[in-house]
Design a protein around this ligand. Sequence first.
Ligand SMILES: [Zn+2]
Length: 187
Amino acid sequence: MKAMTIGDLLKNSYRFRPRNKRVKSNTVLLKSVEFRGKRQKGGPKEKAPTPGTYLEVKTEVSGETGLWFQTINLLEPQFSKTWDRDYLVPVELFGMDYYMKSFDEKSGIRVRCTCPDFRHRFAYSDKDVHSLVGRPIPYTPVGGGAPVNPDNIPGHCKHLHAALEFLAQDEIKVIEPRLLRLTPGMS
Ligand SMILES: [Zn+2]
């Protein structure tokens, strides 16, 4: 089951939030970031990257409504023991130092945020494309308003976007910085 790509996630979110409905990302603030190499369940237990290894990024972002926790899984990372122009990003994995290639638009991604917007609007649609971290939390719509995501478009909330923006900074380059131009409506 292949997850959605970063490129699709970013493009979908742009479709979901058209240009005339800009999200004010200056209202959110990244508080912490943590990286960890993880193995797929049931995968080989070597202390080195193997097929199924992924990079888990955990962030905390505060917004107008509180502090929310994000998880981003970046799938099939490419590592090298030596630095070169393609393998620029230093990362520790299973206690060893590696250099990683920046993730590009074809890289698979899974996401989760604890905020209500993500939970109500995106959790189920992201699950449908194998890009939700964990399980969706069931909810009952209240008030009989219009459905928040009637076309079931997978996407990400502004907190996840702040985390992705951080990862795509020129000095960080975990994600290729040019990719954020795929969602002009969100920055
Ligand atoms: Zn969120």
